[in-house]
Design a protein around this ligand. Structure first.
Ligand SMILES: Nc1ncnc2c1ncn2[C@@H]1O[C@H](COP(=O)(O)OP(=O)(O)OP(=O)(O)O)[C@@H](O)[C@H]1O
Ligand SMILES: [Mg+2]
Length: 366
């Protein structure tokens, strides 16, 4: 069993509070990704789990056992970091074989395990080379190979794909996920790349400024973000935020700003009255959820002027000017959108998000 329980974990470096009251349960055989911007405390959290950093306070349990003060070598964890510590004088094969040699595996077993890992990582042809003759991306894969051969119960990976080119990264994402499922290994995977987290993880822990914002499946994180930070961190191009206010006229409730006024579905209106009584809101709509019209449609919609369109092959991104703000819509590439033209944007309100403009917290009913 390699479940990981983290309880009230804190780490301060002098005045810097790197990790603040982290509570997290990673299930056995699960892949959880720590996702967040630079400096949010991902590496520090991972290093505490690995035993390389001593927590200021809090507790870490591995397989139900308190390891908060256990040295790294007794934690049965394999770690792969962005800066890989390989033996420069040994060959790739010997670097990967090293953890098995110290565990007294037979030469035959070592060869089989190293070859298997090298095949997965696509570095078979590099096995006889010295580390100094490798590129950064190749070294990174060797470091990963050295972790894989040990077949540990828990993998900790800190941005292990960061030095690979885009194509190899995409390839390795699939390979790593498959590998983790095949080996039935628990894995914590640190990245600041939302696509990497979304595509690989069973659950994602989104962090900001040392604080866990949300822990959820990729679907929950993408479709039910708990706050504006999470909503804005996943999705490319990013979600649009439109400022506005809740207003009532007679029996009807509206979302209104200087540029447009739209009916609010009753369940949304009720949630706003309850959860955000001051009524200042940010409406969040993902670029792909807009429908575009040349004429005003018989649907709730708002007009905006085409600023520029960017054809990207399979999709087209159209930038609209709404007041002084750019709103991005992702649409099929065959739509005609002339610069300066006014188009109408409609969207399904059930796919839109509302946030309290003061706290950034999501406003139900989700
Ligand atoms: N040894 C240290 N001494 C002092 N401050 C540190 C130390 N290690 C990390 N920090 C600080 O703690 C905070 C969290 O750093 P951490 O390396 O965990 O971030 P990260 O999320 O991994 O960022 P990145 O994506 O850039 O790797 C940062 O403000 C960082 O400057
Ligand atoms: Mg880091």
């Amino acid at each position: 069993m390699a479940e990981v329980e983290i309880k009230n974990l804190c780490k301060s470096f002098g005045k810097v509070r790197a990790v603040i009251d982290l509570n997290l349960h990673v299930k056995d055989k699960e892949m959880v990704s720590f996702l967040g911007p630079s400096g949010c405390g991902k590496t520090t959290s991972l290093r505490m789990i690995g035993g390389l950093e001593r927590p200021t306070s809090g507790q870490i349990l591995l397989g139900g056992k308190d390891v908060t003060n256990t040295p790294p070598k007794d934690r049965h964890i394999a770690m792969v970091f962005e800066t890989y510590a390989l033996y420069p004088r040994k060959t790739v094969f010997e670097n990967m074989a090293f953890p098995l040699r110290i565990r007294k595996f037979s030469n035959q077993e070592i060869k089989a395990k190293v070859l298997e890992a090298a095949k997965i990582l696509d570095i078979e042809e590099l096995l006889d080379r010295g580390i100094r003759q490798l590129s950064g991306g190749q070294r990174q894969r060797v470091a990963m190979g050295r972790a894989i051969v040990r077949n540990p119960a828990l993998f900790l990976m800190d941005e292990p794909l960061s030095h690979l080119d885009a194509k190899l990264r995409t390839h390795m994402r699939g390979e790593l996920k498959r590998l983790q499922k095949d080996l039935k290994t628990t894995m914590i995977y640190v990245t600041h790349d939302q696509l990497e987290a979304m595509s690989m993880a069973d659950r994602i822990a989104v962090m900001n400024l040392g604080v866990l914002q949300q822990l959820g499946t990729p679907d929950q994180i993408f479709n039910h973000p708990v706050n504006e930070f999470v909503a804005g961190f996943v999705g490319d191009p990013p979600i649009n935020f439109i400022e506005g206010n809740y207003v009532e006229e007679g029996d009807t409730a509206f979302f209104q700003n200087n540029d447009f006024k739209m009916d609010l579905p009753e369940e949304r209106a009720a949630a706003i009255r309850e959860q955000c009584p001051h009524g200042a809101l940010h409406l969040g709509i993902r670029p792909s959820y807009f429908d575009l019209h040349h004429e005003k449609p018989d649907l709730p919609s708002f007009p905006a002027e085409v600023f520029i369109s960017e054809p990207l092959g399979e999709v087209m991104i159209i930038d609209f000017m709404l007041g002084k703000k750019i709103i991005k819509a992702a649409t099929s590439p065959d739509i005609r959108a002339d610069m300066g033209e006014t188009m109408w944007l409609s969207f399904d309100f059930s796919k839109a998000h509302l946030f309290d403009a003061k706290t950034g917290n999501a406003v139900g009913p989700e």
